[in-house]
Design a protein around this ligand. Sequence first.
Ligand code: RB5
Length: 152
Amino acid sequence: MSKKVYIGCDHAALHMKNDIVGYLNDKGYDVEDMGTYTPDKVDYPVYAEKVGRAVVADKGSLGILICGTGIGMSMAVNKIRGVRAAAVSEVYSAILTRKHNDANVLCFGARVIGIETAKMIVDGFLEAEYEGERHAKRVGMIAALEEGSSLS
Ligand code: RB5
């Protein structure tokens, strides 16, 4: 398994991020930890940008962003062209956002879920594949919105 995974967090999620990095390394993923690396307070959009730009630049890679809720990270990273990020708290959505939305960044909250749920969510997200076909038109419409087009 050699899928490239970029991961980032803020201070609220440092321990969970470190645990997930170790978990993914043990599983054989090629993980790049883009910080934060210390418990000092930081601004989550900085790490959202690092991971989002890395994922867009590295075709086929996936990103993981963890903050307190997962929400701020998802809001910030979704502002980057080419990112499709989902904030999730359970496995079903983690799998379906890959299969149907072709999500390339997974966000979740270290203050919302525990580490075992986080591991299951990460597994579901990284192991699921985009199904294309009927979903491709809709994902294309998301891209059109991103470019400023109107759909109606
Ligand atoms: C930090 O306190 C917290 O606001 C942040 O981790 C995140 O939950 C924001 O969405």
